[in-house]
Design a binder for this molecule. Structure first.
Ligand code: ADP
Ligand code: ADP
Length: 234
């Protein structure tokens, strides 16, 4: 069951001067339930690739299909709607809304989508149990540690039951203990709820937790552990 199918996608910056092939003819399939790390040196194109897959940016060439739908053909408005319904985003700087409580941050998109209050409450309760923060519903982001804020960001990403979650360097601003804790929670959600995660990282301890590791160098995929496991019949 293919969730993400990036077909020969490229993104070129500075086309008018000295072109930078941030993503250079990348082909990538992600199946439902995967837990995949995207690694590579700074500037190798990880953020650009995640932005293309997440419909935050359009490729100069190639197609991105999500559950079979070619999102490169959608208008800007259609893309916004598609992202809200289908993709969860987690950013390295958490990006919670400071004036809202943890619960309100998680509820926000559900409210926009007109989900009724009793259903929102039930979903919020379930998510805060899953991120092990049932006692922090009414805390504001500034009252939470970085690790706790990122767990709220994961809950927010999952609120509308997206097809998959994209996380760009989710542990970059966390200490080792908080990073390990975040990975525990992501791995648990992956295992128990079959949530598909694709995350970029520099952190070897995070890489070690991934089931599949894709390496990007100069905008190209130079290794993919899934290619190896396929040969062995996984
Ligand atoms: P990574 O996430 O692996 O650090 P990026 O996707 O941020 O890599 O960047 C890939 C390449 O594209 C780098 O050379 C970067 O400088 C360049 N780049 C990224 N965004 C832009 C942009 N908006 N304008 C011009 N160049 C960019
Ligand atoms: P990261 O390494 O975490 O991907 P960066 O600090 O490289 O983040 O980039 C932060 C932002 O700046 C991104 O939105 C990226 O698109 C943009 N950016 C990166 N490189 C360039 C560049 N050479 N010119 C213009 N914008 C850039």
């Amino acid at each position: 069951n293919t969730v993400i199918d990036a077909h020969n996608i490229s993104k070129v910056y500075n086309k008018e001067t000295i072109p930078v092939y941030a993503v250079n003819n990348v082909h990538l399939h992600i199946e439902r339930g995967e837990f995949t790390a995207l690694v590579g040196p700074s500037g190798s194109g990880k953020t650009t690739l995640l932005n293309l897959i997440g419909g935050l940016d359009k490729p100069d060439d190639g197609q991105v299909r999500i559950n079979g739908l070619d999102i490169t053909g959608l208008s800007a408005d259609q893309l916004i709607d598609f992202r809200l319904k289908n993709i969860g985003f987690v950013f390295q700087s958490f990006n919670l809304i400071p004036v809202l409580t943890a619960k309100e941050n998680v509820e926000f998109i559900m409210q926009l989508q007109g989900v009724e209050r009793s259903k929102r409450d039930a979903r919020v309760k379930q998510l805060f149990d899953q991120i092990e923060m049932a006692d922090k519903l009414d805390s504001r982001p500034a009252q939470l540690s970085g690790g706790q804020q990122q767990r709220v960001a994961v809950a927010r990403a999952l609120a509308t039951k997206p097809q998959f979650v994209l996380a760009d360097e989710p542990t970059a601003n966390l200490d080792s203990q908080s990073a390990a804790n975040l990975l525990d929670i992501m791995a648990k959600l992956n295992k128990e709820e079959q949530i598909t995660f694709l995350f970029s990282t520099h952190d070897q301890r995070v890489i070690d937790r991934a089931r599949r590791v894709i390496t990007l160098v100069d905008g190209k995929i130079t290794s993919d552990t899934a290619a190896v496991s396929t040969k062995h019949g996984h």
